[in-house]
Design a binder for this molecule. Structure first.
Ligand code: ZN
Ligand code: MN
Length: 491
């Protein structure tokens, strides 16, 4: 890992090693919920996507959504898991946003087990399981700064109740805060690649809990862990792990021991605070849900999922880097895959565009939501204009912004904006022509004193402006005139 900031963040006191496992809840982007036909949609009016099933009304019966199971298996296979026959279980506990008083989840027979996720730096993190469960509703505490203890009242929105989730549980194989962030980034890239979730941490469709402990370096024991709940950004994840690890080191070093508990991350205070003492699985009184049949995917079903799995982010990054033949940095490749722009760039490169320049233009200047009007051919033409010096980098950025808006060709935009005549080769040709048509003025310009030269420079600039219908840059013409009398300047 490089970078001073991550180095500082991940440093633990000498002799201590960080041990982190992550639990990531991901909302699947199915059209409907896990056990009913209500719409699965973020941001609707509260309590409009509800029915007797997801409100837990008496007599209602869940029916499993086949698409959600398919998405979950697809994710399992993308993580190298074994897809197993699975059973839905009831996880019993009370919370106001969970009207049945139990959550339908999977317990000892989850759909996916024993996978792995390889980080871009090559570190491999084991995946213990990736099981299917339903989401709860969403509680908003009003007043008292939004904290449950000081709130005046709470509002509950059941639109989220019953939304399909996959909970991905990693093994405690993560050794630095940066690896934890890389794990979440890579998982997110996989989710987007296979199209099973929009994985937006800021909208809560991807939520991360971190199990943190420390141990003496070199030992393989697992000491008491604390679970930091609901980290809602990569930045919070890194900061929370670093804080919590130091807290544990301090406790162990002074002869105390951490308590096994859940903790909350206080972003403003930069610290974790204690939550409930952690339940053991027994406390939830799991038992098989009698309303749902077990899932028994056939070998053919799993084979069909494998066959339909699109290329994963690691392969897509590698393809882009290879197509760039040394001109595409790994960080740009990762960014383009994350934005799903690698296909566009590869197609432009196939159409003859310079790889390095194409990647630079797209990585730096195409960070927009809707780039559907940018075609591979359009991008390739734009890069050709810039590579040949017919437009400058600044002009190329403007043209790209125009393509995003209008979908015009780069040549048409360049023409309309008068870019082409102003720069590079075309301008030099025009200056040559003007000089050739005015040999006397040119001789006087070359041999004259400063005052003559200044006056005649004005004359030539005027002629060039006339020839280019005002599109030339006067300063650029002047530079060319000076170069032609003195030879190219070294700066
Ligand atoms: Zn419903
Ligand atoms: Mn869960």
């Amino acid at each position: 890992m490089s970078g001073a900031a991550t180095g500082r963040e991940t440093a633990l006191d000498d002799g201590w090693e960080l041990v982190v496992g992550l639990e990531v809840h991901v909302e699947l982007s199915t059209a409907t919920k896990l056990f009913c036909a209500c719409a699965n949609r973020f941001g609707d009016e509260p309590n409009t996507n509800v029915c007797p099933v997801c409100l837990g009304l008496p007599g209602s019966l869940p029916v499993v959504n086949a698409a959600a199971v398919d998405f979950a298996m697809r994710l399992g296979r993308a993580l190298g898991c074994e897809v197993r026959p699975a059973v839905f279980a009831r996880k019993n506990y009370f919370y106001p946003d969970m009207p049945k008083d139990y959550q339908i989840s999977q317990y000892d027979q989850p759909t996916n087990i024993d996978g792995r996720l390889k980080l871009p730096d090559g570190h491999v993190v084991g995946i213990e399981r990736a099981h299917i469960e339903e989401d709860t509703g969403k509680t908003t505490h009003v007043g008292g700064g939004g904290r449950i203890h000081d709130a005046d009242y709470a509002l509950v929105d059941y639109n989220r109740a019953g939304v399909p989730l996959v909970e991905i549980v990693s093994r405690p194989d993560i050794r630095t805060a940066e690896q934890a962030r890389a794990f979440v980034r890579e998982l997110r890239a996989i989710l987007l690649s296979i199209g099973v979730s929009d994985a937006r941490m800021e909208e809560g469709s991807m939520r991360v809990d971190a199990n943190v402990s420390v141990r003496p370096t070199g030992s393989d024991e697992l000491r008491t862990r604390c679970e930091i709940k609901n980290l809602s950004s990569l930045r919070s994840l890194g900061r929370a792990i670093t804080f919590e690890a130091r807290r544990h080191v301090d406790l162990w070093s002074s002869g105390e021991r951490p308590r096994q508990e859940t903790r909350h991350w206080d972003e403003a205070g930069g610290r974790t605070t204690p939550g409930r003492s952690k339940e053991d699985a027994e406390d939830y009184r799991y038992f098989q849900d009698p309303d749902l049949v077990p899932l028994a995917p056939s070998a053919e079903t799993v084979a069909a999922i494998d066959a339909a799995l699109p290329p994963l982010p690691a392969a897509r990054r590698a393809e882009l880097v290879a197509a760039g033949a040394g001109a595409v940095p790994a960080s740009d490749a990762a960014l383009l895959v994350e934005r799903d722009q690698d296909g566009l760039v590869l197609a432009a490169i196939s159409a003859g565009a310079d790889p390095g320049l194409t990647v630079t233009r797209v990585a730096n200047d195409l960070a927009v939501e809707d780039w559907s009007k940018v075609t591979p051919d359009g991008l390739a033409s734009l890069v050709a204009l810039e590579a040949s010096g017919r437009v400058t980098a600044t002009q190329a950025k403007q043209i790209l912004a125009d393509i995003v808006e209008s979908g015009e060709t780069p040549e048409a935009i360049s023409e309309r904006r008068g870019f082409q005549a102003m720069a590079g080769h075309d301008l030099a040709v025009t200056v040559d022509q003007v000089i050739a048509s005015n040999p006397d003025e040119w001789r006087r310009f070359c041999s004259g004193d400063d005052a003559d030269r200044k006056k005649l420079a004005g004359f030539f600039i005027g002629q060039v402006m006339r020839a280019t219908k005002g599109r030339a840059d006067g300063a650029a013409v002047n530079r060319l005139l000076q170069q032609l009398t003195h030879g190219p300047t070294s700066d």
